[in-house]
Design a protein around this ligand. Structure first.
Ligand code: SF4
Length: 446
């Protein structure tokens, strides 16, 4: 049973300084009691108070790190809410790609090259994948150790070692112990040996149950053996069953603070068609996997998944924005067209992509609308003719071009007259959607 907000409040420093992200100690205590905050957020809380608060101070889902040194470090768990709009999600689902130790040298090198190449630039952000999961399909400890070494030598991504055999696991762990890989998995049959190996090398350990009851049982046994850096696997593989289990685990950990399920969760795709597999992975990223292990490595399937993850793990209270300044697209000159948009990242980069595609060097000015899109900004009074004229003047676009024509988004044609009046520029109403800019530019400016 967790402590009440008032019981927690009694132990807090009562400085009401707001450094924890809420204005008062009482509000922080309430958030802590509801599992929506971590005691770590208060820099002034004493060790005695931490002791007194006991389980109330522990995050509902433990933070687990996989990876170390100069390889990628993936942080998993430490989520505090069921739904993103309640607050935000903090640690994006780690995306892992399976590599079997039965691949021949050439196939292994080719697969690693594909996995390492899964990097994308989109809307001003750099997307990468996170882990390689090396599976002991051969059942041979030497073969496995050999492949683990080759993978470790050829990727900076974090590692998951997958074997049921604790001897094969130890042999591989000896080689990559400095990388702090995730050991997968302790089961009802092997948990003593697997826990001993993971403890010896101080590696995080995945615990797998055949169902939720068995998972709880094995987690308790592993914890009793002294290992608490865990990732859990409910063992289900059918999409609907996994979704049910992951939702149940999330509810139990967040709402009930049920300790055996208070760990990040790993899920595995099973679909063989790449499109179906990515959809399955997307379900798990949405609810509520901390790690997803998949097979498809083709860029066209992985990019949508990473975009989906990015959208989910963006703070809903802080839209992604670009700086409000004059952007030069291509080799601009005094005759180049001038486009206006908002500083909502997706709006800006949609316009930029289409302007680039038109192959007509142009200027783009994103107006600071607190990261809102064109219509939202206009409705909120942040994207009117007077405001745009002001920004154009402040940024000095009139010194960059000799003409006086400016293009505004078609959705806000209604502001054209005001903008013309305030700026003295001729206002051209562009297409409503960014997708129309390329054809519009070629028709008007080539
Ligand atoms: S940071 Fe600590 S002392 Fe400051 S308001 Fe939050 S709980 Fe109170």
């Amino acid at each position: 049973m967790g402590l009440t907000g008032l019981a927690i409040f009694k132990e807090l420093p009562k400085k009401n300084c707001g450094e924890c992200g809420v204005p008062t100690c009482l509000a922080f205590a309430m958030a802590l009691a509801a599992g929506k905050a971590s005691l770590e957020s208060c820099p002034y809380v004493t060790e005695e108070a931490k002791e007194a608060l006991g389980s109330a101070s522990a995050p509902p889902i433990k933070l687990i790190k996989v990876g170390a040194g100069d390889s990628k470090v993936v942080e998993l768990g430490d989520e505090t809410v069921m739904f993103r709009h309640d607050k935000t999600f903090y640690h994006p689902t780690g995306i892992a790609f399976e590599v079997e130790d039965t691949l021949d040298e050439g196939a292994l090198a080719a697969r690693l090259e594909q996995i390492n190449g899964l990097e994308f630039d989109r809307v001003g952000l750099h997307y990468t994948v996170d882990l390689v999961a090396i599976k002991n399909t051969s059942g041979n400890a030497d073969t496995y150790a050999n492949v683990v070494k080759k993978v470790a030598d050829n990727t900076k991504l974090a590692l998951i070692l997958m074997s049921d055999d604790s001897a094969a696991m130890e042999k591989a762990l000896e080689i990559v112990t400095a990388r702090k890989p995730l050991v997968y998995a302790a089961t009802a049959d092997n948990y003593e040996a697997m826990t001993a190996v993971a403890k010896k090398y101080e590696a995080p350990l995945a615990v797998k149950g055949a169902n939720l009851d068995e998972l709880e049982d094995v987690v308790n046994k592993v914890v009793a053996l002294g290992h608490k850096d865990l990732v859990i696997d409910p063992g289900s593989r059918e999409t609907v069953e996994v979704l049910k289990d992951l939702t149940q685990i999330r509810r139990m950990s967040i709402k009930k603070k049920f300790r055996p399920f208070g760990y990040p969760v790993i899920a595995f795709t099973t679909e063989t068609d790449p499109m179906d597999e990515v959809l399955q992975a997307q379900v798990y990223v949405s609810k509520y996997a901390s790690l997803v292990v998949m097979k498809t490595v083709e860029k066209q399937f992985v990019l949508p998944l990473l975009s989906w993850r990015q959208n989910l793990y963006t703070d809903p209270q802080k839209p992604i924005q670009v700086e409000s300044k004059i952007y030069e697209i291509g080799a601009v000159n005094e005759n180049s067209p001038v486009y206006i948009t908002t500083n909502f990242s997706l709006s800006y980069y949609s316009v930029e992509g289409e302007v680039e595609a038109s192959k007509i060097p142009s200027y783009i000015i994103p107006i600071d609308t607190d990261g809102t899109s064109v219509l939202t900004a206009w409705a909120a009074g942040k994207f009117g003719g007077d405001r745009i004229a002001e920004v154009m003047k402040e940024l000095g676009i009139e010194q960059k071009v000799s003409h006086r024509n400016v293009v505004i988004p078609g959705y806000v044609a209604v502001i054209a007259a005001k903008l013309k009046e305030e700026s003295g520029w001729n206002v051209i109403v562009g297409p409503r959607e960014a997708a129309g800019i390329s054809a519009f530019a070629r028709a008007n400016f080539s």
